[in-house]
Structure formats: C-alpha cells, structure tokens
Design a protein around this ligand. Structure first.
Ligand SMILES: [Zn+2]
Length: 356
C-alpha cells in the first residue's frame, strides 16, 4: 500500500516532537537491539511498545504456546493463536510484522538455560524481563553482570507490580535486592491471579526505562525500585539498595550462569503444569508420534506435539485429573505436563512416554 510507505518522520512524528527524545533518540533507537525474555503479558506488551516506537532489532524468547486463558492480558495474541496452540514467540513475531514491518524481529521458541543464554542474547544491548519465574531472572542477572549489559527487572501479580532498572557496575543487582536465593514465589499466581491493567502499568514503566536506555538518556533513568498496587490505590518509590559488598553475583560468582542452581523441572506459574527439561536431548517428533499412537490422542504441528494419554497407559498410581493429563512436547526434548503441579509425578509421566 503506497500510502503506508515507510516514512520515519511521519510514523514517529509524535516521538520526534517530544523534545528530550527527538531525532537523536529516534536514530539511536533505530540502531538498537533488545531482547525480551518471556512473551507472556509483560513481554508481549513490551514487544508491541518497542516495535511501535521503532526499535531496530528485537529478539523474542519464549518456551510456551498461546492458550485461551492468556488472552485476558496478553494483548498481542488472538483466539486463532490459542486454537492453533501457536508458540508465543512465533505468534508475536507475526503480529509485530503487521504492526511495523521495518523492525527485524527474531523469534526463538526456547527455554533460556545456562547452556544457550550466551548464544541467544549475544547481540542484545538491553535485556527486558518478561519471565514468569525467578530461576530465569537469576540466570539473566548473572549473565547481565558477566557481560555488563543493562536489564530491566519487572513482575506483576494480582494488581501488584514492581520494576527496577539494573545497570551492572552502577546500580544494585537482583541479588543485592532480593538476596542470594530466589524468593519462593513461583506458583503464587495460581492463587493470586493477575489483572491486565496492572500488567499495562508495569509495562509502561518498564518501556519508559527501556526507551531512556536505548536512546542514550541514562541520566533520566529511575534510580528507585518502583512498586504499585492498583487495587489498593498505592504506588511508591523505594530507595534502591546500595550494591551489596556481600553480593556473590556482583563479586563475579555466577552460579546460576554456571548451571549449578538450574533445576530440570519447573512448576509453571498459574498453570497447574510442570515443565521438564532434558538438556542435550533432541526428539524426533514424527517418530514419537508413531510410537505414541496406541497410547492416547495426538495432535501435531510443525513446532510441537500434543499428547493426551489414555488413563490405562499412565504410570501406576497416577490418578488423572478431569479432563486428563496433557503433554506438550517440543523437539528440544522439553515437555510441559499439564494436569499436575507435582514435579515428581510429572517426571514419572515424562519418563513413561518419552523415556530419558
Ligand atoms: Zn549484586
């Protein structure tokens, strides 16, 4: 369509007129590359805002597929994505291309691990937190400190949100802020739920920080830890802690990056599901489909295999929930076992059908 031919001065006119950002900021943003880890509610909001603003390149990393219960707050996705169980990174990439075809978006359907983080995030000058678990955040923190890259921590639960910009060597890091072990918050949103407006508010804070960093306006960055609870009508800025002299991560001891603290099973937030990793393993999905044919119902796509085992083929003592277990199996050996939050049971089910 000729009328939509790319004209940066038109497309970004309102940003260009915002004096502190201006043409120089737009130019820098257009050359920048950021990575978003996790394309759920926060991550997909982040991706849309940065692509609309005209970032040069964006890397999206997400391990999951779109589900119906995502649509309430994950605003890049549609019912068609949920029906097709499209991987979030790829669904986001397609929608983002329709929003701004000038931005180069790389989509990775992957779980971020100590083994692949350096490769996946190699090119990104800024990392944005869209994670749903602290294990990945602690890994990101180690990587960011080791590589001296800024990253922006953000999280939402219920109507509560938090955001903190982390600059290695300048600010406190995530471990300075939260301690050497991750808070035991995983799975909390099973109970708490989450409201979309809280996601939007946190995403706005996080995106504003990203724009300041990517356009070279470090002096405008927020030096505080921002918290808000929209339901209770509270928001406040807490003074950021000083870099802790005892912080192992700041002192260069990166145990999450070394993989010493990385678990192979992870209970997924709000999902009654467990992810099982199997590093170094590759699964031949067409072969697996033939083998599992007699054990349950299957549905395949080019990215994954869905499997609903017959109750009679389950490991001894495994009582299926209503409407049964569901396995989502990826070529990298990973599987999400839906229908339980018990890692031991999920591992047994994995072993029963996938071996290993
Ligand atoms: Zn630290």
């Amino acid at each position: 369509m000729d009328s939509l031919e790319f004209s940066p001065s038109q497309r970004y006119s309102r940003q260009l007129r915002f004096a502190p950002f201006g043409a120089a900021g737009q130019e820098k943003l257009g050359q920048a590359h950021a990575a978003i880890v996790g394309c759920g509610a926060l991550g997909s909001a982040q991706a849309e805002l940065l692509v609309r603003a005209g970032i040069g390149r964006l890397t999206l990393i997400d391990r999951d597929v779109v589900e119906l219960s995502n649509l309430q707050r994950q605003t890049l996705f549609t019912e068609a994505d949920a029906l097709a169980a499209r991987p979030k990174a790829l669904a986001a990439q397609a929608h983002l291309a329709a929003i701004n075809s000038q931005v180069e978006v790389r989509a990775l359907v992957a779980d971020l691990t100590p083994e692949n983080i350096a490769g996946h995030l190699a090119q990104a000058g800024l990392i944005l937190d869209g994670c749903d678990n602290f294990e990945t955040r602690y890994l990101l923190n180690d990587f960011a400190l080791a590589q001296r890259r800024p990253w922006i921590y953000a999280a939402v639960e219920g109507a509560y949100g938090v955001c903190f910009t982390i600059r290695p060597g300048v600010s406190a890091c995530l471990q300075c802020l939260l301690g050497s072990d991750p808070p035991q918050a995983d799975g909390a949103c099973d109970v708490a739920g989450v409201l979309a407006a809280a996601v939007r508010w946190v995403a706005a804070i996080q995106n504003m920080e990203a724009l300041k960093l990517l356009s070279g306006h470090e002096s405008a960055l927020r030096a505080t830890v921002w918290h808000a609870d929209l339901w209770r009508n509270q928001s406040r800025e807490l003074a950021a802690p000083a870099r802790s002299p005892g912080c192992l991560a700041c002192r260069g001891d990166h145990r999450w990056l070394r993989g010493e603290s990385h678990s192979q099973t992870l209970t997924l937030c709000g999902r009654n599901a467990v992810q099982i990793r199997s590093p170094g393993r590759a699964l031949d999905l067409p072969g697996l489909q033939l083998r599992l044919h007699a054990c349950g119902r299957l549905q395949s796509s080019q990215y994954l295999l869905k499997f609903w085992p017959h109750p009679g083929t389950l490991p001894a003592g495994a009582t299926p929930p209503e409407p049964g277990f569901e396995l989502t199996i990826f070529p990298d050996g990973r599987a999400i076992v839906q229908g339980t939050s018990d890692p031991v049971l999920a591992r047994r089910i994995y072993a029963q059908y996938l071996g290993g």
